[in-house]
Design a protein around this ligand. Structure first.
Ligand code: ADP
Ligand code: 5GP
Length: 231
C-alpha cells in the first residue's frame, strides 16, 4: 500500500516551494495533479500545476465518482478543486507514495476515506512574514492578498486536525523536516528495525508531531489574532 501524504498550508506559507524541494530529495514520490475550474495564473500550464477544466466537465467527473475528494476552495467565485482517484491507483501500481497538495476541507475528507493518510500542516512564522511573502511573490492583487490573509487566519485555527506541524521559517531546515517526516513514515510502515541514521530521522519526525507542536504554534496563532487554544 502506498502512503498518502496530505500537505496543507495557508497560501503564501511556502508549501509549493517545500514540496518541490521534497521531490528533488526523495525518490519514489508521485504528485497528485488536481483538477480545478479556476483559470490558469501566470505561467501555469494545463496538466502541470493543475488540469484546468470547465465546470460542466468537473461536475461530470463528480457524477462519475472520479474524485477521492473535491471542494469549493476560498469560496473563490465558487471555483472547484478535486483530487482524482486515478493518481492513487497509479502510485499504487508503481509502488510509489503519493503527495496531495490540498486545502483543509479536502484534507478532512481524505482522512475520513483513508484514515492511514499522513497529514502535514505548514505554517508561516507569523502573520507579518506571510504578508511579506505574499507581496514579494508578486502574483496577487492587494484585494487578493487581504483575502488570503483572512483565509489564512481561519485555516490556521484548524492546525490541530493534522498529524505533523511544520513552521516554514528557514527554508532549508523546513525542507529537511518535510523530508524527515516522509522518510520516517516509510521506516515506521516498513516495520523492520531502523538503522542508527534512520532512528535519527524518526526522532526528528516525532518532534514535529502535533502533540509536540502546541507551544510552537501559540505565538503564530496570536500573531493572526486567533483565540489561543489551551493546551
Ligand atoms: P504557497 O505554495 O504556500 O502559496 P510559495 O511556495 O509560492 O507558497 O511561497 C510563497 C513565497 O514565499 C514565494 O515567493 C517563496 O519563494 C517564498 N518562500 C517560501 N519559503 C520561504 C522561506 N522559508 N523563507 C522566505 N521566503 C520563502
Ligand atoms: P490555488 O488556487 O492558490 O492554486 O489553490 C488554492 C487552494 O486550493 C490551496 O489551498 C490548495 O491546496 C487547494 N487545492 C488545490 N488542489 C486541491 C484539491 O484537489 N482539493 C482540495 N480540496 N483543495 C485543493
Amino acid at each position: 500500500m502506498s502512503i498518502v501524504f496530505i500537505v496543507s498550508a495557508p497560501s503564501g506559507s511556502g508549501k509549493s516551494t517545500l514540496v518541490s524541494e521534497l521531490f528533488k530529495m526523495v525518490p519514489g514520490l508521485d504528485f497528485s495533479i488536481s483538477y480545478t475550474t479556476r483559470a490558469p495564473r501566470g505561467s501555469e500550464q494545463n496538466g502541470k500545476e493543475y488540469f484546468f477544466v470547465p465546470e460542466a466537465e468537473f461536475k461530470a467527473m463528480i457524477e462519475a465518482d472520479e474524485f477521492l475528494e473535491y471542494a469549493r476552495v476560498f469560496g473563490n467565485d465558487g471555483k472547484y478543486y478535486g483530487t482524482a482517484r486515478r493518481f492513487q491507483r497509479e502510485a499504487e501500481k508503481q509502488g510509489h507514495d503519493l503527495v496531495l497538495d490540498i486545502d483543509v476541507q479536502g484534507a478532512a475528507q481524505i482522512k475520513k476515506r483513508l484514515p492511514d493518510a499522513v497529514s502535514i500542516f505548514i505554517l508561516p512564522p507569523d502573520r507579518d512574514k506571510l504578508e511579506w511573502r505574499l507581496r514579494n511573490r508578486g502574483v496577487d492583487s492587494e484585494e487578493e492578498i487581504r483575502r488570503r490573509l483572512d483565509t489564512a487566519r481561519r485555516e490556521i485555527e484548524q492546525y490541530s486536525r493534522y498529524d505533523y506541524i511544520l513552521v516554514n521559517n528557514v527554508l532549508e531546515q523546513s525542507a529537511d523536516e518535510l523530508k524527515a517526516v516522509v522518510l520516517a513514515e516509510r521506516i515506521i510502515k516498513r516495520g523492520t528495525k531502523p538503522t542508527r541514521e534512520e532512528e535519527q530521522l524518526v526522532e526528528i519526525a516525532q518532534g514535529l508531531r502535533l502533540e509536540q507542536a502546541r507551544e510552537r504554534v501559540q505565538p503564530i496563532l496570536a500573531s493572526f489574532g486567533t483565540v489561543p487554544i489551551r493546551t
